[in-house]
Design a protein around this ligand. Structure first.
Ligand code: GTP
Length: 242
């Protein structure tokens, strides 16, 4: 008897958790090859995806997090960067979006210039200015001071972000830990600051927590990824960036 009471009370707490968990659709857009798949995988699974193929249509990934005592679920829509793999789905991408992540590659100025077209696509699909927007410069692990003139500077990205009312982050899906040199002479004394990718998750979560029109989730919370399309993927084009 005691155990069945325990069972029903734990069922009760699970159902209250389910009914209280709000789901937010987060659209991830940017040129092909900037690292949207790797970044969303890192955001949800906490690791770098070493083998990737071009996204066809959309891949979904989910991350549950707690913000100020409330559990919320981010449903990340990892969209295709290549026009031929996205054109039939654009309207679905923009339906009921709660936040947008604009991703570019810091080592590829063309992908930064391409952001203007992504902003325009949002406008054409009637994305309101109240929707939180985040600008993410990915692949910071590939920054090379000797090639600064061929990379996207943080100052330039920051001014773009300010102009478009976006919150700016520079990160790496591969290695987002900041190195801090503690000693002058010893490389072994290198320490690491907190994970930037987690900072992005927290910032998105905090912005969405304040969102006025969330949807309530009706399924169990789940952290992981799943795909909408099950078509065979073609070989990924070689990255032809700057
Ligand atoms: N060094 C480094 N490589 C990365 C990083 N993120 C992604 N990559 C590499 O960049 C390439 C493209 O990554 P994807 O995540 O497939 O790019 P995408 O934007 O999803 O591309 P589409 O699906 O075509 O839109 C792959 O070879 C990744 O291994 C990063 O932070 N650092």
């Amino acid at each position: 008897m005691e155990s069945s009471l325990e069972f029903s009370s734990s069922l009760g707490s699970i159902s209250s958790l389910i009914s209280r968990c709000r789901t937010f659709k987060v659209l991830v857009i940017g040129d092909s090859g900037v690292g949207k798949t790797c970044l969303t995988h890192r955001l949800c699974a906490g690791e770098f995806l070493s083998k990737v193929e071009a996204t066809i249509g959309v891949d979904f990934r989910e991350r549950v997090l707690e913000v100020e005592g409330e559990k919320i679920k981010l449903q990340l829509w990892d969209t295709a960067g290549q026009e031929r793999f996205r054109k039939s789905m654009v309207q679905q991408y923009y339906r009921n979006v709660h936040a947008v992540l604009f991703v570019y590659d810091v080592t590829c100025p063309a992908s930064f210039r391409g952001l203007t077209a992504w902003v325009e696509e949002c406008r054409q699909n009637s994305l309101g200015h109240e929707i939180p927007r985040f600008l993410i410069g990915n692949k910071s692990d590939l920054r090379d001071a000797s090639k600064a003139d061929r990379q996207v500077s943080q100052e330039l990205a920051l001014s773009f972000a300010k102009f478009h009312s976006m919150v700016f982050f520079e990160t790496s899906a591969k290695n987002s830990l900041h190195k801090i040199a503690k000693g002058r002479h010893s490389t072994r004394e290198t320490a690491y600051q907190r994970d930037e990718v987690e900072d992005i998750v927290s910032a998105v979560g905090a912005a969405l927590k304040r969102h006025k029109k969330p949807s309530t989730v009706t399924s169990l919370t789940y952290s992981g990824s799943f795909k909408i399309l099950n078509r065979r993927r073609p070989e990924k084009d070689p990255w032809t960036c700057c």
